[in-house]
Ligand binder design. Sequence first.
Ligand SMILES: [Zn+2]
Length: 267
Amino acid sequence: MLDAHAHLTDPRFASDVTAVVERARAMGVTRILTCGEDLESSVAAIELAARHPDVRVAVGVHPHRAASWSETTAARLVELARDDRVVAIGEAGMDLSGRSAPHAEQERALRAQLAMAELLGLPIVLHVRDAGREVRAIVDELALPGDAVRLRGMVHCYSEGPAEVGDWSARGFLLSFAGTVTYPGSERLREAARAVGAAGLLVESDAPYLAPQPHRGRRNEPAYVAETLAALAGIRGVSARTLAETVDANARRLFGPRWNLGAPARV
Ligand SMILES: [Zn+2]
């Protein structure tokens, strides 16, 4: 099993991250993608992955931190992406829920990171809140049909409805479901989870946020992704083992050879 999106550098994991990664492994979660939110946490994520062979890294700037974007940030991220443990650019995206950075700053950081991902041949990890249509329009602008290099990526903690599933799949983006899919009020999200083609599905913890139902309201951790995966399997009417194998194949395809390197040497 894998966890396609977590924040292991969050201060809430500072005192026990080794135990957290070990508990995940004991549950069969042997790959965790930890995502940077700015330059500092991206550097910290690579340092953490150097100590934990199950951990892979996305380096990038979260929409909440879009004001920190600069040419220097961009240059440093490109350097960081040379590390064998870095399998994606992100967490990037757009959040128009009203709780994030000014729109123009978010758009600048997103466009730059989409271009960076395409240039480096890495997938992008997208955070999309109340901004699906706008982000898809930007993606379309940057990934013109017939382009030799195609933008690839995943939408983390998918939160749109079943109708938008096809809009992302048509653009080659995988949709990742978090603990929110287990909440009693999430019927529309479960409908969306049924609508995704098997090849377009991922599962994540988004730890320390969004713990699945039995742990809701407490610190989330990657081990609990097993519960979200079991719930998703039930929603889709397949066995948990089958779904785990499907998701594993999807992650290998999306993240490429670095995803499964044993204990990669640092470049
Ligand atoms: Zn996140």
